[in-house]
Design a protein around this ligand. Structure first.
Ligand SMILES: [Zn+2]
Length: 437
């Protein structure tokens, strides 16, 4: 690709190897291949690749890999990063790398660090920027892209003004026309996943075709809120957003509620038949309708918190989580309520009975089957995605939305769950995805 002179030499002055080629090839969804070709006066006997992903992580995301090759004056070497083990990278993610060459005399030289962005070259992309958001799309005209950008921009403003959550880092949003276009480049994604949030990268991927206005109004605010809540609670102390808070905030960002399920939540709470908030801390039910009730319940609790106590306190609550407080400690510090008493206060606000704490039993459910899920494909992968309705029908009867389960305390602090990818010393948060109706 480019000629790179090695810029660092340790040892005696001598002629350093010349790099003839230094490149990566991205073959989504499976691998990223690093390749180098170099020539030197002295035989080159060792080549070591150092690479990493630019992302919000707790551990420095750096991996070092000795590469096998045939020693000589003219050498070629390559190494493939297996994304099936390391976890998918979203479109727009940045990967960096450099090589260290050691010759027969022991002289070492290191190539200049290069950075590449993961692109999806299957499509011709257009893009537009407003404020911190850059939105790219491949189907639809300029007006379509502008309309989506306006939705995203308005959503970020609402998140800031109504929920009190200010986030100004650059955000990339990639709009596909069909869900399967996303499934083809992100591993372990069902074909019906319509939206994915990658909080570690400040990236959203969503499938929105021209004309799907209602869906756009739903998925963009939802995913953007996941980015914001994830960023504002990011910490390396193991404190995580409970599912009800993460999803409740994202549903709050959507502005619109599902009247049918809103009524169902109220009726069941009044009848004493609504699960306690404590049971919604880690994931939601695997059953479609029950999951939708949980999303709506979470939305109502978050709305109650913001309307009753003010948006500033929500920002304080997330700051408390970011400082490493567990959810109950953070709630008590900011609201003087723990999860159970917050639940009671919300129920009491419309005359529903307080559910006895003794009845609190976490719902045990399968890992996948929620409709906003941050599925964990494997121990090494954890995106967050939002499935979308098969078609822009007004009211899907079943809403498979799965929020991926939270991982261990050392993993993602972000809302929909997530995990750290460990790969030969490299650790970084990968994606999290959730599926939305
Ligand atoms: Zn969600």
């Amino acid at each position: 690709m480019t000629l790179w002179l090695l810029n660092v030499a340790v040892g005696r002055a001598q002629t350093l190897p010349i790099v003839i080629d230094d490149r990566i090839t991205v073959s989504l969804p499976d691998e990223v291949t690093f390749a180098i070709e170099a020539s030197g006066d002295q035989p080159i006997t060792s080549i070591v690749l150092t690479y990493g992903i630019t992302a919000r992580t707790c551990q420095e995301a750096v991996a070092t890999q000795a590469v096998e090759f045939e020693p000589g004056r003219d050498v070629e070497a390559s190494w493939a990063l297996d994304l099936r083990k390391a976890g998918s990278l979203p479109i727009g993610a940045e990967i960096w790398w450099s090589w260290e060459l050691i010759d027969e005399t022991g002289a070492r030289s290191t190539t200049e660090r290069q950075v590449a962005r993961i692109d999806d070259s299957r499509f011709a992309w257009r893009s537009a920027t407003r404020g911190p958001i850059t939105l790219s799309w491949h189907t639809g005209d300029a007006a379509f892209g502008a309309a989506l950008l306006a939705i995203a921009d308005a959503s970020l403003n609402r998140i800031s003004q109504d929920a009190g959550l200010v986030f100004e880092d650059p955000i990339q949003v990639f709009i596909y026309a069909q869900p399967d276009e996303i499934a083809e480049v992100i591993l372990f994604q069902p074909e019906w996943v319509g939206g994915l949030a990658f909080p570690e990268h400040n990236i959203v991927m969503a499938a929105i075709a021209p004309g799907e206005d209602a869906w756009a109004q739903e998925v963009l605010p939802h995913e953007l809120m996941h980015l914001v809540s994830g960023a504002l609670t990011f910490n390396c102390r193991g404190a995580q957003l409970p599912t009800w808070l993460s999803e409740g905030l994202s549903r709050f960002a959507e502005e619109r509620a599902d009247a049918t399920f809103a009524a169902q939540v109220r009726d069941r709470a009044l009848a004493g038949d609504l699960p306690p908030l404590l049971s919604l801390a880690n994931q939601f039910s695997a059953f479609g309708n029950e999951a939708r009730v949980s999303y709506e319940q979470s939305r109502q609790v978050v709305t109650f918190m913001i309307e009753t106590y003010g948006a500033d306190r929500m920002a304080d609550l997330l700051a408390g989580l970011q400082s490493g407080l567990a959810i109950d400690a953070a709630l008590i510090k900011v609201y003087d309520l723990d999860t159970q008493s917050l639940d009671s206060a919300w129920r009491a606000s419309f005359g529903a009975p307080t559910r006895p704490a003794a009845r609190v039993t976490p719902i045990s459910v399968p890992t996948l089957a929620l409709w906003t899920a941050v599925p964990q494909a494997s121990a090494t992968l954890a995106p967050t995605d939002t499935p979308r309705p098969p078609t822009p029908t007004p009211a899907p009867t079943v809403a498979p939305t799965a929020e991926a389960p939270k991982t261990s305390p050392t993993t993602g602090p972000l809302g929909c769950g997530g995990s750290i990818v460990l790969l030969g010393g490299l650790a970084w948060f990968v994606t999290r995805r959730r599926v939305r109706l």
